[in-house]
Design a protein around this ligand. Structure first.
Ligand SMILES: [Zn+2]
Length: 307
């Protein structure tokens, strides 16, 4: 019966969009943050050939807000405003007339760090896409006091005002690192906030906590497009200092796989949809991911170790 009802729902209600984030292009000194421009071109060709609509992040957000279809919508984000994007990535986007959203690390440009674009180059780049803010000094925000987070944000805002003439309402966390406290502060200044938790985007995605999929190396974009949102109700992660005691919530599936950084995957059966995993696991790293997965559907949560 349930399946029968689904047939009468407009299909786009179930549709999901994908936001891909890249950093350096053809800078093979840094394989973990680099993408080959030939691979990028191949990916864009694939998307266009298969009728994906590549739009700016602001366009996707507007469509979510207006309850419009986001079926087969794809967004490219570029974090850090590296010179290697200007040199090797921008020509690809120009060639295929495909827009993007560039998140600018303002201090690197203000202070002329070697690997980063100048304000002139950023302005030129913006003509083919749009800009967002990627903090001023690229700090580990969760390690900063409220005052310091505010100070960094205000510096970024002032820098944009001075060099660009306006301030975008979009922000991407440096290193993708945040917690509730950080999010609340950043949200005072920016309406749209991107993290770097692997996942897709659907009509229920909060626009102040948008998941993005990093692409590096020899990425298989067709495979990444299969990632869908796992809807988890009442997702709760209980911690005692830096030990994860419990991961629980509701899904509509008989089981889920749960991953924790440095612990790995574990299959957890659900009871009327309820799962309750008690790993009792002491976090090993500063940045940890808890991933809940059922087939291609995933939900990622970032857990930062308290220092
Ligand atoms: Zn960054």
């Amino acid at each position: 019966m349930k399946k029968f009802i689904l047939l009468f729902l407009p299909l786009w209600l179930l549709a999901e969009a994908h936001i891909f984030v890249l950093h350096r292009v053809d800078d093979f000194r840094y394989p973990s943050t680099n993408i080959d421009s030939k691979i990028l071109e191949k990916d864009i060709k694939y998307l266009l050939k298969h009728n994906y609509k590549i739009v700016k992040l602001s366009t996707l957000v507007k469509r979510i807000e207006n309850n419009q279809s986001i079926d087969k919508y794809v967004v490219f984000n570029i974090d850090d405003s590296f010179k290697s994007f200007y040199k090797n990535g921008l020509p690809v986007f120009k060639k295929y007339k495909v827009p993007f959203t560039l998140f600018v690390y303002a201090k690197a440009t203000d202070e002329h760090y070697g690997d980063y674009m100048t304000w002139q180059q950023i302005k030129k780049t913006a003509q083919y896409g749009e800009l967002g803010v990627h903090s001023y000094a690229h700090p580990h925000l969760a390690k900063l006091s409220n005052e310091k987070i505010i100070k960094d944000t205000q510096k970024a805002i002032n820098s944009f005002k001075k060099h660009i003439g306006y301030v975008p309402n979009m922000y991407a966390y440096p290193y993708g690192e945040y917690d509730n406290r950080v999010q609340k502060i950043i949200n005072r200044y920016f309406k749209v906030i991107c993290n770097q938790n692997t996942g897709a985007v659907n009509k229920n995605t909060p626009i102040n906590d948008i998941d993005r999929i990093a692409i590096t190396g020899n990425v298989n974009i067709a495979k990444k497009l299969k990632i869908n949102v796992l809807n988890v109700k009442n997702l709760t992660i209980k911690k005692d200092k830096n030990t994860i005691k419990e991961v629980s919530g509701y899904v509509k599936y008989p089981y889920v796989y749960i991953y924790i950084t440095k612990l790995g995957w574990k299959k957890i059966n659900t009871n009327n949809g309820y799962f309750d995993y008690k790993p009792n696991f002491a976090l090993k790293k500063y940045r940890n991911r808890v991933i809940i997965r059922y087939n291609n559907k995933i939900k990622t949560k970032l857990i930062l170790k308290e220092e």
